[in-house]
Design a protein around this ligand. Structure first.
Ligand SMILES: [Mn+2]
Length: 362
């Protein structure tokens, strides 16, 4: 077995001697021999492979503790661990990308199109379903605020209703001065505080998926496993990402979307408005509204039992928002109604359509 000094070994594996000493202390890469008199470290040439693997994983940005885990694994599990690490990096980057896009929109000059008069037509409906004894969901739709919240734990019902109540402070004719981003953040902080005043224990909390209408855009705030969909040009697009254990397993390639629908832990949330600060950060998005767009907010009581193609068919074929939310709740209950189900449907209509609507109402 050939032995190398730390300097020669460092050169061969492209790690600095300083890094090698750190990895020794962390038991990530122990020298083959330490001279008892001088304390000099010596490495075996056979250790080069492992050292270079550590260097590659460092280049990936993987934390040392996780590298230690990977190095101790067999090739198959090691591959899965690296895939899982990378999925986490991408999810984190996606969240930051959305925030960056939000900020770009915030600073971008207002375009000509934004002067188009647009208006929302909306309806909300929440139903206990056929199995649960009580309804812990809250659904709300007003001129500016659309919201669905799905409470959990003993205080789930007051938690979901308090979160929506806090957002309703934005439901007024004129928005208070300030950027949409700051308004939303303040409202969400209010919602979080309200939930915490109710939730005594970590088991209580609520999801929250809500939109604030600015007159030309919809600012979306989302945490948990309720969802927002956009029906545009006949296509149905899910515009929220579930903050669940199974969704992260799908992202990491450990589970298919189909397997997830039957997974025993599919209701386990990674994030929600709870007493736990580290799990309470929502996602924010800003959406330009186009005339003809239809938005759906729903709790998992709909999306877990009614397949997307059925949701798409109902949204495409039932023009009136009131009738659409009723039809969606009916679909959930016909599928067994195992959970509380809440839906908000909102249509973006242009000013011409608005005028016609007014005439029809007269
Ligand atoms: Mn639910």
């Amino acid at each position: 077995m050939g032995m190398l000094t730390i300097g020669a070994f460092a050169k061969a594996c492209r790690l600095s001697p300083k890094a090698l000493r750190l990895y020794d202390e962390l038991e990530l890469l122990r020298p083959a021999r330490v001279d008892p008199d001088t304390g000099y470290r010596y490495y075996a040439t056979e250790q080069l492979e492992q050292a270079r693997l550590v260097a590659w994983l460092r280049r990936l940005g993987m934390p040392l503790a996780r590298i230690r885990t990977v190095c101790a694994l067999q090739p198959g599990p090691a591959a899965r661990e690296i895939r899982a690490y990378w999925a986490g990096v991408e999810a984190e980057t996606a969240t930051r990308r959305d925030l960056a896009a939000f900020l770009v929109d915030h600073f971008a000059p207002t375009s000509e199109e934004d002067t188009t008069m647009l208006e929302l037509r909306y309806a909300a409906l929440s139903d206990t379903g056929l199995v649960r004894a009580a309804n812990q969901d809250t659904a709300y739709a007003g001129t500016r605020v659309l919201a669905v919240a799905d409470g959990f734990g003993p205080a789930g019902a007051p938690a979901s209703s308090a979160a929506v109540e806090a957002l309703k402070t934005l439901d007024r004719d004129t928005l208070p001065a300030g950027s949409v981003l700051n308004l939303l953040e303040d409202a969400v902080r209010g919602a979080t505080d309200a939930v915490r005043n109710i939730a005594e224990i970590g088991d209580d909390g609520t999801t929250l998926t809500a939109m604030l209408w600015t007159g030309s855009r919809l600012a979306l705030v989302h945490i948990g496993d309720s969802r927002a969909y956009l029906l545009r040009g006949g296509g149905l697009f899910r515009i929220t990402h579930d903050h669940t254990v199974v969704q992260s397993m799908i992202d990491e390639g450990r589970l298919t979307a189909e397997e997830a629908t039957a997974h025993p832990q599919r209701a386990l949330l990674l994030r929600a408005l709870t007493t736990d600060d580290s799990r309470s950060t929502p996602d924010l998005h800003l959406h330009d509204a186009h005339p003809g767009d239809r938005y759906l907010l729903c709790s998992d009581g709909l999306s877990s039992v009614v397949p997307d193609p059925v949701i798409q068919r109902v949204l495409s074929s039932v023009p009136d928002p009131e009738a659409a939310v009723r039809a969606l709740v009916t679909e959930a209950n016909e599928a067994g109604g195992p959970d509380n189900v809440s839906c908000v449907v909102a249509d973006v209509v242009g000013s011409e359509a608005t005028d016609r609507g007014d005439e029809n109402r007269r």
